[in-house]
Design a protein around this ligand. Structure first.
Ligand SMILES: Cc1cc2nc3c(=O)[nH]c(=O)nc-3n(C[C@H](O)[C@H](O)[C@H](O)COP(=O)(O)OP(=O)(O)OC[C@H]3O[C@@H](n4cnc5c(N)ncnc54)[C@H](O)[C@@H]3O)c2cc1C
Length: 273
């Protein structure tokens, strides 16, 4: 994963368990899994692009590390391949507090999986999981951190970053000014982003399956009119997309390095974990 410039971590955290409440294909390339349960009462929603490590059942069911700090990873490695959970990173698409849920009385979290086939470990799990299946969740906080001197936000990413972009636009002040470039695989994968009036959203549909992910969003940002100064850049998605756009913003557009947050969410040809 690409280096992250800065981010806001939750103060206290431990691995929480939750149960699958529903799994539904919401558009050609997105499956929404809703989780809930009593332990989500201990989850503190921060909004924006809040992400978490999702622990799904491994080869022999779900065994979770118990360490709350970064030591969870050492524990995970010690478990051995047959007993480890499957761990991937996901974003809170929507959090509903207890009592405001769609499926029950506890808090609920929607997770939107960008499907790249049905057979990778995480996509396979998302498309086949049944209500009642248990998962673990470790809160990792938010990366969207516009410095105070910036007045205009550029958000750019591929479909894996759509949940984060949706979360940022939902949490952003209503007077936010900026532009969003989001690349998706199908025109029907667009979502209602409820963007502030001063934010222009450009959906870039990768209709040719031979086009490499990230090509369209990279071209669009390169061609975009950005205000001269005070731009904050947030880019996420495939590794080359994220680091390439960061380089473009810094080297060609003169955006200070500290005013760009970039995160490689995944890498072409390389499985996580
Ligand atoms: C902070 C953060 C937040 C994230 N939030 C989300 C989110 O909300 N929704 C979401 O869908 N993803 C999100 N991701 C990306 C997700 O973690 C990865 O895509 C993950 O690798 C998927 O796991 P997998 O088991 O499907 O594939 P893996 O086993 O990791 O990889 C298998 C193969 O699939 C390819 N691959 C992996 N991801 C993609 C992709 N998105 N598109 C095309 N090919 C891919 C790999 O190159 C590899 O060849 C996030 C990542 C980070 C770091």
């Amino acid at each position: 994963m690409a280096k992250r410039t800065k981010y806001l971590k939750p103060e206290d955290r431990r691995i929480l368990t939750a149960d699958v409440l529903a799994s539904k294909r919401i558009s050609p390339n997105f499956v929404r899994v809703t989780i809930g349960g009593n332990e989500l009462a201990d989850y503190t929603p921060m909004g924006f692009d809040q992400w978490f490590r999702l622990f799904m059942p491994g080869r022999n069911g779900l065994r979770l590390p118990t360490a709350a700090s970064n030591l969870w990873y050492a524990q995970y490695l010690m478990m051995g391949k047959d007993h480890r959970p499957l761990v991937r990173n996901y974003t809170v698409r929507e959090h509903r507090a207890a009592g405001a849920g769609t499926f029950g009385t506890t808090a609920e979290i929607d997770i939107d999986f960008a499907m790249h086939g049905d057979h990778t470990p995480a996509c396979g799990w998302a498309s086949a999981c049944e209500p009642g299946s248990t998962v673990g969740l470790l809160d990792e906080g938010i990366t969207y951190q516009p410095p105070e001197h910036t007045t205009w936000s550029l958000l750019a990413g591929d479909e894996s970053a759509l949940p984060a972009i949706a979360g940022i636009l939902k949490s952003a002040p209503r007077d936010l000014q900026g532009a969003v470039y989001v690349e998706i695989a199908h025109a029907d994968d667009t979502q209602d982003l409820n963007e502030p009036e001063g934010v222009h959203v450009d959906w870039l549909v990768r209709s040719d399956p031979d086009t490499e992910v990230g090509t369209l969003v990279t071209e669009a940002v390169r061609a975009a009119n950005l205000p001269g100064d005070a731009t904050y850049g947030w880019v996420a998605g495939e590794q080359k997309l994220a680091s390439g756009l960061r380089r473009h913003l810094v080297n060609d557009r003169g955006v200070p390095k500290a005013d760009v947050t970039f995160t490689g969410y995944w890498r072409i040809g390389k499985a996580q974990g």
